[in-house]
Design a protein around this ligand. Structure first.
Ligand code: MN3
Length: 244
């Protein structure tokens, strides 16, 4: 019995150790295998732990370094033999999905949408979020019933997304705001609209900390919205300079 126990523990340690080594070895190799471009994964504009306690460092690391990285790898692989598509900005690809080559259309929709959504998502978050100012604050009052009603409605819409998807605020060229949801990695960019903000309600965005409590994640997320960045996006939308 003591012998069997020792042997079990040793074997278990060995297996765990091997898995850990394999995981460490795998991460850099998966980056190295990705084609060089044309689409790029920008580093997070803040540290992995900058959004704690609302979003934990491990979630940010896996979300950015693995999920988002995989979307970028997928689209770079897909456009390898499609030089015209490879030369297009992502927002144009998504706005013209029905015109894209059929063989890569689904990858462009899922991984291209994922790349656009996550690029926007990292950019609009940050520590020390502040509050909406100026024209943006006025638009929230005018179009969304004020900040509190807007946040309640946005959270409710995020809760209603069945399975994986996103809740967005779209913005028109004249600054009008509206709440909209999409399944999977779809984005209003596919309807030739622009996105002011969006929250990722895929389980990978919150499961480590919140498990099934998506409503708690949606409420906590407002603590990491950087309203200065959102204001910059609003100004860019009104001057026609907002891309993804
Ligand atoms: Mn995600």
């Amino acid at each position: 019995m003591p012998l069997a126990t020792t042997s079990f523990v040793t074997r278990r340690r060995f297996v765990v150790g091997t898995a850990a080594v394999a995981a460490v070895a795998f991460a850099p190799r998966s980056f190295a295998q990705a084609p060089a471009g044309p689409f790029k994964l920008d580093p997070l504009p803040y540290a992995n732990n900058a959004l704690e306690p609302h979003i934990d460092a491990r979630t940010m690391e896996i979300h950015h370094d693995r999920h988002h990285a995989a979307y970028v790898t997928n689209i770079n692989n897909a456009v390898k033999d499609h030089s015209k598509v490879a030369a297009m900005p992502m927002q144009d690809i998504l706005a013209k999905l029905p015109e894209m080559p059929e063989a890569i259309r689904t990858v462009l929709r899922n991984s291209g949408g994922g790349h656009a959504n996550h690029t926007m998502f990292w950019q609009l978050m940050g520590p020390g979020g502040g509050a909406p100012q100026g024209e943006l604050a006025a638009a929230i009052t005018r179009d969304l019933g004020g900040l509190q009603k807007f946040q309640d409605d946005f959270n409710a819409a995020g809760l209603r997304v069945f399975g994986a998807g996103w809740v967005f605020v779209t913005v028109t060229r004249d600054g009008k705001l509206a709440i909209e949801t999409k399944p999977n990695q779809d984005t209003p960019l596919m309807d030739k609209k622009h996105v002011l903000i969006g929250n990722d309600v895929w389980e990978h965005a919150y499961y480590l900390n919140y498990q099934n409590r998506r409503g708690d994640y949606l409420k906590a997320w407002w603590n990491v919205v950087n309203w200065k960045n959102v204001g910059d996006r609003y100004a860019a939308a009104k001057t026609g300079k907002l891309t993804i």
